[in-house]
Design a protein around this ligand. Structure first.
Ligand code: HEM
Length: 183
C-alpha cells in the first residue's frame, strides 16, 4: 500500500498483535456461528443459545473494529516487501489472497451487522445495542444472514489457503515467510 522506497523492513509489533488477535477471534467465531445456529433450531433458542448469539455478535463487531484499525495502521506504516525467495507468481497469488482476506474480514461482520439490524436483534454483551443500519424487515434480515454464512465459508476457504501456504513455506521450503509474522 505504501511506495517501495518507504516500505518497512518488518511488520510492526502492533501489526503482528492485530494479526494474531483477529486470527484467534475468527477461529472461535466460525465454529460458534455454526453451532449456535444449529442449537437454535434444536432447542428453539434456549437461554444458552441466546447468550452464544450475543457473544458471537459482540466479538464479531470487535473483529470489524480491529480490521478498521488494521487497515489504518497498514496505510500509515506500510508492509515489508515480499520475501526474496518468492517468485513473481507466488507474490501475485499471495497478495491476492491477502487482499481477499481483508475484504472478507470486513464483509462478513458487516453482513452480520446488516442482518441483525434488519432482523431486529441488535443486542450485545453488557446490554449494549448496535446502531441499526437498516429498518426492520425480518425476511430481509434472514436473507442477509444467509449471505453472512456464505461469506464466512468463503473466508474459511481463504484462511485455509493462507495457513496451508504459511506451513508449506515453514516445513517444506524452510524460508522466512512465516517468521515475518511471528513475535
Ligand atoms: C469475522 C466475524 C464473523 C465471523 C467469522 C462470523 C461467522 C459466522 C458463521 C460461520 C456463522 C454460521 C453461518 C451458518 O450456519 O450458515 C454465523 C452466523 C451468524 N452470525 Fe456471524 N460471524 C462474524 C461476525 C458477526 C457479526 C458482527 C454479527 C452481528 C453483529 C454476526 C451475526 C450472526 C448471526 C445472527 C448468525 C446466525 C444466523 C442465523 O441464525 O441464520 N456475526 N457467523
Amino acid at each position: 500500500m505504501s511506495s517501495e522506497s518507504v516500505r518497512p523492513s518488518a511488520y510492526s509489533g502492533t501489526q503482528k498483535l492485530l494479526h494474531w488477535v483477529v486470527a484467534l477471534l475468527v477461529v472461535v467465531l466460525v465454529p460458534v456461528g455454526f453451532y449456535m445456529r444449529k442449537r437454535g433450531a434444536l432447542t428453539n433458542f434456549d437461554a444458552m443459545t441466546n447468550e452464544l448469539y450475543t457473544a458471537h455478535k459482540t466479538f464479531g463487531i470487535i473483529v470489524l473494529a480491529l480490521m478498521v484499525v488494521r487497515i489504518i495502521v497498514r496505510v500509515r506504516v506500510g508492509s515489508p516487501a515480499p520475501e526474496a525467495t518468492l517468485n513473481r507468481f507466488q507474490v501475485i497469488v499471495s497478495e491476492a489472497v491477502h487482499g481477499l482476506i481483508y475484504l472478507a474480514l470486513l464483509a462478513v461482520p458487516l453482513l452480520g451487522w446488516l442482518g441483525v439490524s434488519a432482523y431486529g436483534a441488535r443486542g450485545l454483551l453488557g446490554g449494549f445495542q448496535l446502531p441499526a443500519l437498516l429498518g426492520k424487515d425480518t425476511l430481509l434480515g434472514e436473507a442477509i444472514l444467509k449471505y453472512h454464512g456464505y461469506a464466512a465459508i468463503f473466508l474459511v476457504l481463504l484462511i485455509g489457503a493462507h495457513v496451508g501456504a504459511a506451513l508449506f513455506h515453514r516445513v517444506v521450503l524452510k524460508d522466512g515467510v512465516l517468521r515475518r509474522m511471528l513475535p
